[in-house]
Design a protein around this ligand. Sequence first.
Ligand SMILES: *[C@@H]1O[C@H](CO)[C@@H](O)[C@H](O)[C@H]1NC(C)=O
Ligand SMILES: *[C@@H]1O[C@H](CO)[C@@H](O)[C@H](O)[C@H]1NC(C)=O
Ligand SMILES: *[C@@H]1O[C@H](CO)[C@@H](O)[C@H](O)[C@H]1NC(C)=O
Ligand SMILES: *[C@@H]1O[C@H](CO)[C@@H](O)[C@H](O)[C@H]1NC(C)=O
Ligand SMILES: *[C@@H]1O[C@H](CO)[C@@H](O)[C@H](O)[C@H]1NC(C)=O
Length: 527
Amino acid sequence: MRTWQARFLFFAVLNAAVQCVTSLEEELSDSILGNFLDPLKDLLENNHDSNTAIAKFFLRKPSYPDNDLCYLIPGKPESLTACGFNSTAKTFMVIHGWTLSGMFESWMPKLVSALHERKRMANIIVVDWLGSAQNHYVIAAQKTQAVGQEVARFIDWIEETTNIPLDNIHLIGYSLGAHVAGFAGSHTTNKVGRITGLDPAGPVFEGKHAHRRLSPDDAHFVDVLHTFTRGSLGLSIGIKQPVGHVDIYPNGGSFQPGCNLRGALEKIANFGIFAITDAVKCEHERSIHLFIDSLLNEQEVAKAYRCGSSDMFDRGMCLSCRKSRCNAVGYDMSKVRRARNVQMYTKTRASMPFRVYHYQLKIHFSSKVNTSQMEPSLTVSLFGTNGEAENLELQLKEGIVSNKTHSFLLVTEKDIGDPLMLKFRWTETNSWSASSLLKIVSSWWSGDSNSSNMEIHKIRIRAGETQQKMVFCLKDPNAPNPTPEVTFVKCKGTWRTKPRQIPQKISQKNKSQRKHAAELPLAHFSR
Ligand SMILES: *[C@@H]1O[C@H](CO)[C@@H](O)[C@H](O)[C@H]1NC(C)=O
Ligand SMILES: *[C@@H]1O[C@H](CO)[C@@H](O)[C@H](O)[C@H]1NC(C)=O
Ligand SMILES: *[C@@H]1O[C@H](CO)[C@@H](O)[C@H](O)[C@H]1NC(C)=O
Ligand SMILES: *[C@@H]1O[C@H](CO)[C@@H](O)[C@H](O)[C@H]1NC(C)=O
Ligand SMILES: *[C@@H]1O[C@H](CO)[C@@H](O)[C@H](O)[C@H]1NC(C)=O
């Protein structure tokens, strides 16, 4: 590893650390910014541009996904015939990113195989720009434009030679390769059909003008997966800003399950910066594996949902599919083009298939007197027609206050089918002293209708994947058992965003209706 590469990696990686571990922040950011940013700026200002960027194009066969069996040489139509280029089939061009090793990484044959698996007849062209990609990051980043232009010339040549419709061309670029794809798309004579950006590289591109990075102008449809975005200091391995027509941020765009970046960050003190390089690679590369997943597991396609922010998504507020608010993650995404970029979110598992099932839980906590904010730890078990998902923790984004509807996101790894029953419980929480916890537990669901009690009338659930809306009511309103757990069962009821309004004036004849409304079972808990 050359010094500069090593330093850059240090920088990028440390930057990630700075974003997450506040205790390290001050200590690190000073030294990092002082030591590394200045030379980085020098490099950026120096124009290392040269015309030596060379891209090679290989057509890969399904039987040998990791061998470069056949070169396509612009200007030599016979190479197309020799390699068996099929001008009526779809054409994928896979573009790698920055490399330390100077070799294709192990994901390349996996992606090529998955593309073949999905589209038997497709032409799969691997763009090899390893020579330039092996440079210091900043130089490799600068070369993306020249490489992109070369890819564009290649595409123009293919179009002239074979007359293939450019709508059949799909560029898939990872990291720096996503920007290569962007430059390629902006330099072709006619627009290509689609560009998929897999965690497009952030450093040097973040905040740049659309002409200097991947952007929605580069293809008829540009979709992007962001899996490692971090950082207010301006640098993050993956680009944070939306750069396509649709940008998906799985798990908020960082901390991918199974990559254990958090764990690695904790080890930093003992094992140094290298403790986290694997985790960093895992997060960045997750974008590719999500895409591979979407090619291989067509039946289990993960859904992403349009949302104003990651925080709102984490509260379960964005699981609607109306007006194409949701879409498939990866290959099967339907092409929606809007005037404005669409940002979408999804949660995933730690391994393939990555899909999870999303639920929104809306719970109205009511009480007659004002209670101070409560921050219990809430756990839910869901039981459905196909199975159950137990002890799922509800993420509390804010303390629970009385007379307010709180919304939560719940995900299950397996498909439980149609939810039928729900168990809701308090569990121990650090922020509460043992004694106050005991008090809550012992008075939980005491049936006591004293004025200080909190009540839950019902729990409303919206399932993202099926778009079902359900209401759950207390199973046994007179349960004598003062356990901290209550059971709700599916019941008839309307799924409303506002609590039912009871008319102010009710005549005698209408009293029966009112009675019915008042008979809704309540779950009580007091402090
Ligand atoms: C070329 O691709 C088309 C469409 O996928 C397919 O129908 C045809 O059989 C292919 N031709 C050859 C020679 O493989
Ligand atoms: C909550 O709403 C109920 C019914 O509308 C009302 O009686 C009660 O006083 C409210 N509690 C608080 C704390 O505002
Ligand atoms: C509860 O507190 C809010 C403000 O915190 C206040 O507006 C409201 O009147 C209070 N309600 C009762 C019943 O004390
Ligand atoms: C309600 O609370 C008061 C004290 O705040 C207590 O004296 C009373 O017994 C309680 N009522 C019930 C039904 O537990
Ligand atoms: C009962 O309530 C409905 C509205 O819910 C109202 O239109 C109707 O007039 C009421 N009936 C009587 C007898 O007051």
